[in-house]
Design a protein around this ligand. Structure first.
Ligand SMILES: Cc1cc2nc3c(=O)[nH]c(=O)nc-3n(C[C@H](O)[C@H](O)[C@H](O)COP(=O)(O)OP(=O)(O)OC[C@H]3O[C@@H](n4cnc5c(N)ncnc54)[C@H](O)[C@@H]3O)c2cc1C
Length: 531
């Protein structure tokens, strides 16, 4: 099944006009990250009427800041969480099939410097293969020293004895979020970015809708819905508290945010097609070096963080840890001056109701769905890879709680996302430098935009900027350079040089202020290393 046709227009006036029309929705969703967008698509595909409001841009929160792995989670296997790993491996296959332009298989190598490491980790990975069953992407292989160096030409050779190669996937998180939004829109869902949910509407102790505000005009709206879904990531507790106050039942926060830092360096630090996994760093963590869009992502960390900053800052120890550990495994150790971009995401981890401890590493990566007395359905936790299974679970819980009439489930298992149809020409890898390959079967539509041949830099063309404004909900320079193109995440200084031109094009397309200065300030944040 495919949802492909002509790209749908995302003109803001039209979206706001629909928002303003009185309507009784089946489902209203707060939050346009992986979780909310996944629910919007599933609900729309089942035939429910759906509205989703996002306070900033789609995927502006955690969902653009992942390590970009579509994975079962080798680490969770080591923790004995078999059901989570099995579900994620199944979802990995589904995602790779439904969005092949944005999610693809990737080979990983764990280099061994001690004779016991290859068999020790190899056996664990064989179990990983076995759990994947038919969903496996390729067999785990034991490599000798020569083969390991072939896969990872820049791995530190001194003391290297061999390695283990296994398969997982990688993806472009922000563009996948957009693909979910756009596919949901083709199924009739109304999705509006820069429109924050501001309150909940209760009648006789029951939740009947929400209020929201258009961030551009300041205009307020009330949306009525049978089922209100709180998918605001690390920010879910705000709405749980509002709900609790309205019905006189105070709630305890459920989210324990944990910050993860990524550093991006040039591909010369890890050329080739393989990612590197350090299964146990000196302080017992996991570290990845992943080739992505022509660069290499190094990360990540797991640090409790109590404030909920929109753009969290990395800690000095986190940067030191990533650079130090990368330097132990790469023959050319990355230094602070090699960093092209640094970004931080907040994991919405769910803590048990009686847990006030500060160690987030031990917290489950599974998702949680709660339905309050008034009917507010909150979903958080989990991971990007399992967004689709989470959405199914949410809608199942909604019908069990009699918020929605039961509708056929499993409708997204074989639903091709926008751009996921057959490519025109050979499919390129996500690890290749940015360019048209991210558009998949929409490549022709992008090439037909005015200015398609006008290259701005970093793989971005004038045509792509116009496409972003007309069909991908882009409003600001940041929307284009951080999430339609991923340049802010790849090379913040290069992204800054394009801001002027992108701002002019956006202004021409939308007629509104594209917030160039805000973006320029952000590019500094993405280059700033803590001292
Ligand atoms: C460092 C790091 C690395 C990760 N790596 C991976 C990985 O490699 N693979 C993987 O599968 N998973 C990974 N994850 C997990 C994955 O990224 C998250 O589970 C997922 O993105 C969470 O999505 P979400 O929609 O719940 O949250 P978010 O993406 O944060 O979305 C919530 C949205 O709600 C919006 N919102 C908040 N308040 C309001 C309001 N008042 N009105 C409207 N909207 C509102 C926010 O703006 C935000 O966009 C990683 C996470 C981190 C932090």
């Amino acid at each position: 099944m495919t949802s492909e046709s002509q790209p749908l227009a995302t003109r803001r006036q039209d979206l706001i006009a629909r928002l303003a029309k009185p309507h009784q929705y089946d489902v209203a969703i707060i939050g346009g990250g992986a979780t909310g967008l996944g629910v919007a698509l599933d609900a729309a595909a089942r035939g429910y009427s759906v509205v989703l409001v996002e306070s900033h841009d789609f995927a502006k929160g955690t969902s653009s800041r992942a390590t970009k792995l579509v994975h079962g989670g080798v680490r969770y296997l080591a923790q004995g969480n078999i059901s989570l790993v099995r579900e994620a491996l199944h979802e990995r296959t589904t995602l790779l099939r439904n969005a092949p332009h944005l999610a693809q298989p990737l080979a990983f190598v764990m280099p061994s410097y001690k004779f016991w490491e290859t068999p020790f980790y190899g056996v664990g990975l064989k179990i990983y293969d076995a759990l994947a069953g038919k969903a496996g992407l390729g067999p785990t292989e034991f490599l000798n020293r020569r083969q390991t160096l072939q896969c990872l030409p820049t791995v530190r050779p001194v003391g290297l004895v061999g390695g283990v190669k296994y398969w997982d996937g990688q993806f472009d998180d922000a563009r996948l979020a957009l693909a979910l939004a756009r596919t949901a829109a083709t199924r009739g869902a109304l999705l509006v970015n820069y429109c924050a949910a501001t309150g909940l509407v209760h009648e006789n102790g029951k939740l009947v809708g929400l209020t929201c505000e258009d961030g551009e005009s300041g205009q307020a709206y009330t949306l009525h819905a049978r089922c209100v879904i709180n998918a605001a990531g690390v920010w879910v507790d705000e709405f749980r508290q509002k709900d609790g106050e309205a019905i006189g039942r105070p709630v305890r926060p459920m989210v324990a945010p944990s910050q993860g830092v990524h550093i991006v360096v040039d591909r010369s630090f890890l050329p080739g097609d393989h990612a590197l996994l350090v299964p146990k760093t000196q302080d017992g963590r996991v570290l990845f070096a992943v080739p992505w869009l022509g660069k290499v992502i190094l990360g990540t960390t797991d640090t409790p963080r109590h404030d909920l900053a929109r753009e969290p800052s990395p800690f000095r120890e986190e940067v030191d840890f990533i650079l130090r550990e990368s330097g132990r495994y790469l023959s050319k150790a990355p230094r602070r001056e090699d960093v092209k971009s640094i970004w931080v995401g907040l994991r919405p981890l769910v803590k048990p109701p009686d847990d006030d401890a500060d160690d987030t590493k031990g917290l489950s990566r599974e998702h949680t769905v709660l339905v309050s007395r008034s009917g507010l359905l909150t979903v958080t936790g989990g991971k990007w890879t399992t967004y689709r299974a989470m959405a199914e679970d949410v809608l199942q819980k909604a019908s069990e709680a009699f918020l929605l009439e039961r509708a056929r489930s499993g409708v997204t298992t074989h639903l091709t996302l926008v751009g996921g149809g057959p490519p025109e020409g050979e499919r390129q890898r996500i690890s290749d430098a940015p360019g048209l390959h991210s558009y998949g079967s929409e490549t022709r539509a992008v090439l037909e935009m005015p200015g398609a041949e006008n290259i701005l830099g970093g793989g971005l063309t004038e045509g792509m900027v116009r496409f972003a404004a007309r069909h991908e909900y882009a409003r600001t320079v940041e929307d284009v350079l951080a999430r339609r193109s991923r340049l802010l995440f790849l090379d913040a200084s290069l992204a800054a040089t394009l801001a002027d031109r992108v701002a002019q094009l956006l202004e021409d397309e939308t007629g509104t202020d594209p917030q160039k200065q805000v973006f320029l300030n952000l590019t500094r944040h993405y280059q700033e290393l803590p001292t």
